[in-house]
Design a protein around this ligand. Sequence first.
Ligand code: C5P
Length: 191
Amino acid sequence: LGNRSTGKMGFAIAEEARRRGASVTLVTGPTYLAEPAGVRVNRVETAQEMRDAVLGSADGADAIVMSAAVADFRPEQPVPGKLKKEDGVPEIRLEPTPDILRELGSGKGDRVLVGFAAETDALETSGRKKLEGKNLDLVVVNRVGAPGTGFGSDTDEAMILARDGQDEPLRTWTKRELAAAVLDRVAKLLA
Ligand code: C5P
């Protein structure tokens, strides 16, 4: 339903891509981070809004990197007002949110597509499954749930899995280093 993602990874990628001369559109959920200079920023609040914004920018893109930790479920019937405590404990029925990356993967074309996978265990197996299941070129498998890695952290314990088999083993990276490594790969694939 929710998580502690701050957007740091996506902002690092947008900033690094811009530094390398790319024309960048950054679609972001709510965050306190300062907008990188020279980047088009499109702010959204829900998974549906993110889907519409990403799909709306996808046509002109050479590469799409989906580092957003999108919620997998949303309430089926959101309540506009306040839930009164006196009415008892509410039961909230959930429904899946649109899987943006899966939709991008099914109409992939020539675009380079990079996904992220936040995992607590079986990192490589789970990452490989995502790479194939969502039709990606690269997946960054990020360990979450341990200190110094994952949501909100400035460093990540991560591996990069590639469709062409050129994997990068698990190691600790700053988000900036990880952004640079991902974009090195994207540039190679585009060339
Ligand atoms: O399957 P899982 O949610 O773990 O896959 C994670 C990847 O899929 C991330 O790249 C994330 O940005 C993307 N995703 C998405 N739409 C969702 C959920 C995840 O694009 N509703």
